[in-house]
Design a protein around this ligand. Structure first.
Ligand code: CDP
Ligand code: MG
Length: 738
């Protein structure tokens, strides 16, 4: 053939020109049943897809790897890798080629920034290399932090397997309310929050020879604080090795922060990923995501699908929609294995996503942004990205913290797309337009420290003797208002004295891995002899958002069952009643089902409660149950001692409430049993902003109690009953005359 043919299409173009050519290629595809020939009985899809089918346009291709890279990688296709020995798998990871160079760099530099594609082996391999190189010989540990609980657990399990040891012995993990480590542990994975706690007992981290702050690009609140504390330690512990590991972003910023620490790059070997956009915005991204899953399943070759959703609720909805579709389609389609993954999922179910997909089936992983960088799932070829994430925000002026579904950043979108190119060329379907990608998404997600309540962190730092929180060496500082509010709150809770020093109460509060309000309530429970009840509430409040179960099809039955659990006095007492039943019926599965309660949430609460009961000893609070169960005011007062700033008064003649000492008007959330009763004064657990400002988990209180538990904050004039009309002066006078 001619020379032109040999070079192939685009053979005469430079790499940049090829890239540009791809950029402008606009291949319109309807990812739908147009390839029906390949699927038996594909007509079955029509009723699902024809009406709702989505048109996508191919707009660009991500990460064009070189041909040689691709060949190297294709040797390692998913199925083949499963056959290989663990050692061979380890050797196949990109980081393996850099093992010696990396160890040398670590030896030479006290702080090293490591940048590498997700899946290159940073998290699972580097701590092992350090172990093999003898970093734990003197009995010191190699620590590796993760922003997420799930990642810490699953990675530790994987590494234990690779090292052929029992999880919890040489390799362990530590997350809030669960410590799976032992004396023998030398490789320890933990959440960043747990390492932050360790500073309280070991401020120089003397038990560690090496600390890897992993997933640094996530910029969680705890990671940001760790940066500053660790940077400080390196000044007087020259032996300590610090690794800051991140996906391919922000490395330069980390380097500048750590006094120009060198950057070690691990080149990735990704396959190209074609990126498709919708032609028009999608009104309902959840439905669109489900439709796209079915479209891919009906029309695309083998390969698993990863869908990014914003949280457990959405994941469960999508799971249900897919289940219904599967039932409707019956045996006419190949199997769709639906695997959810999110932070609160029990670990045995989490492990499911790593199981290889059986032949003749397709796996659909429904994930939160946990699958963006912290967890790598092999076999993913298709990514569906609706372009949203759930983000915590904090307004220091109203002190309102809320979880809001917001568009993800461009950075996150590219990370998500990259997940499709691990085992071969992939496709990413963005459920938004190219225009939205270019114009509506922010470059980066705002670091958590700039959108959080800093109360708990402030108490921890001040307990470490760091008093000037405004001048602290933050990589990105929070607003001064947020810092001031946090200090103000700690003062109100009695954790700081008038000089701004941590009090004995404050020190005991800092011992507890709890929000300072909850910690204060637990301390106060000693006075009212009800630490048992407060420990239970503490555990149940932690899981309450995932406690009630209300499937659409059985909505009425579920509501009725939940109604039957309601106790007078408010939602806290309903929670305590649920706990009593749960224990009395010995953790019965059928009782949970009958009452539409999520058993796994109750099991988790059981674990948490056990930990809290153990912590009570540390803070010298005896375990006691309310001596007179008919009188619940002690329990209410103990809670109020922590939550006295979460109080609202009903507005005269209205359904709404006004927050005490603030201007906000709020409503009682429809999920609360006090929604109808509308008592004059309530204490709430949380304030959420959805269509309105709602208070959730609500208890009726007697305002006199406020003066008893927080006399420094509430005076009798603060609690006058505004619902009763005052008698006009002239009338009063007139009466006196009679
Ligand atoms: O940290 P990084 O993203 O660079 O990679 P990693 O998490 O160390 O993952 C390296 C490899 O280990 C990937 O191919 C994963 O599929 C595998 N892995 C696994 O099979 N099970 C886990 N729980 C974690 C990782
Ligand atoms: Mg990792």
């Amino acid at each position: 053939g001619s020379g032109k043919d040999e070079k192939g299409i685009g053979g005469n173009l430079s790499e940049l020109e090829q890239w540009e050519a791809r950029q402008i290629a606009r291949t319109k595809v309807k990812v739908g049943p147009q390839d029906k020939g390949t699927i038996p009985d594909a007509d079955a899809y029509d009723f699902i897809i024809d009406e709702t089918g989505i048109d996508f346009v191919l707009e660009s291709t991500l990460d064009p790897a070189t041909e040689a890279d691709r060949e190297a990688q294709s040797l390692l296709d998913a199925a083949e890798r499963k056959q290989k020995s663990i050692q061979a798998v380890r050797e196949s990871l990109p980081v393996y080629d850099y093992r010696d160079a990396l160890l040398a760099a670590i030896e030479d530099h006290p702080v090293l920034i490591i940048e590498g594609e997700t899946g290159s082996g940073k998290t699972t391999q580097i701590p092992q290399y350090l172990y093999e190189a003898g970093y734990s010989k003197d009995g010191r540990k190699i620590g590796c932090t993760q922003p997420r609980r799930v990642a810490a657990m699953s990675v530790a399990a994987r590494v234990a397997e690779e090292m052929r040891v029992h999880l919890g012995r040489e390799v362990g993990y530590s997350i809030r309310f669960e410590d799976k480590t032992s004396e023998k542990t030398v490789v320890k994975y933990m959440t960043d929050g747990m390492l932050l706690r360790e500073f309280l007992t070991e401020p120089d981290l003397d038990g560690y020879s090496c600390i890897m702050i992993d997933e640094a690009h996530e910029r969680t609140l705890s990671t940001d604080i760790l940066f500053a504390l660790i940077k400080d330690i390196t000044r007087y512990r020259p032996d300590l090795r610090v690794l800051i590991a991140s996906a391919t972003m922000d490395a330069q910023k980390f380097s500048s922060y750590f006094d120009d620490a060198p950057i070690f790059k691990i080149p990735g070997r990704p396959f190209p990923v074609d990126i498709y956009y919708t032609l028009a915005p999608e009104a309902n991204y959840l439905q669109a995501a489900v439709t796209t899953v079915l479209q891919i399943h009906a029309s695309q070759p083998t390969g698993d699908i990863l869908v990014f959703l914003t949280g457990q609720g959405e994941i469960e909805q999508a799971q249900e929609l897919l289940r219904q579709a599967r039932v409707a389609l019956g045996r006419r389609i190949k199997d769709l294995l639906v695997c959810p993954i999110y932070a609160n999922l029990p670990s045995d179910l989490q492990a499911q996503i790593f199981n290889p997909t059986p032949e003749n089936a397709r796996k659909v992983v429904l994930a939160t942004n946990i699958a963006e960088t912290s967890i790598t799932i092999d076999g993913i070829v298709y990514v569906i990205d609706p372009g949203f994430q759930k983000l915590k925000t904090f307004d220091p002026h109203t002190e309102m913290e809320s979880l809001v579904v917001t568009p993800c950043s461009r950075n996150a979108a590219n990370q998500r797309a990259g997940r499709a190119g691990r085992v071969g060329p992939g496709k990413c379907f963005r459920l938004y337009t190219l225009w939205a990608y270019e114009n509506e998404l922010e470059d980066h997600t705002i670091p958590e420290i700039q959108r959080s309540n800093l109360c708990m962190v402030a108490l921890q730092l001040m307990s470490l003797g760091i008093n000037n929180l405004v001048e602290f060496d933050y990589i990105d500082p929070p607003s001064v208002t947020t810092v001031q509010k946090a200090i103000g709150q700690l003062y109100m809770l009695g954790a700081l004295n008038a000089k701004g020093e941590v009090t004995k109460t404050g020190r005991r509060m800092a011992e507890l891995p709890l929000d300072p309000k909850m910690a204060k309530a637990l301390l106060a429970s000693a006075k009212y002899h009800c630490s048992d009840e407060i420990a239970t509430l503490c555990a149940l409040l932690d899981v309450q958002s995932a406690l009630y179960y209300r499937p659409k099809a059985e909505k009425l039955n579920a509501e009725k069952a939940h109604q039957n659990l309601v106790q007078p006095g408010g939602d806290h007492f309903t929670l305590l009643h649920i706990w009593e039943q749960w224990v009395q019926l010995e953790y019965s599965e059928s009782w949970c089902r009958e009452n539409y309660l999520q058993r796994r949430s109750l099991l988790r609460a059981t674990d948490i409660r056990e930990q809290i009961v153990r912590l009570l000893e540390r803070i010298e609070v005896p375990l006691e149950s309310n001596p007179n169960p008919a009188d619940t005011s002690g329990v209410a007062k103990a809670m109020l001692a922590g939550y006295f700033s979460n109080v609202a008064q009903r507005q005269r003649g209205e359904d709404s409430y006004k927050l005490a000492k603030r201007k906000e008007t709020v409503l009682v959330h429809p999920s609360s049993s006090l929604r109808e009763a509308k008592p004059p004064w309530v204490m709430y657990y949380e304030l959420v902003m959805t269509s309105e400002k709602f208070v959730r988990v609500v208890m009726e209180i007697n305002p006199e109690w406020l003066i008893e538990v927080a006399p420094h904050e509430f005076k009798p004039s603060d609690i006058v009953d505004k619902s009763k009309q005052k008698m006009p002066k002239f009338l009063k006078k007139a009466r006196e005359l009679i």
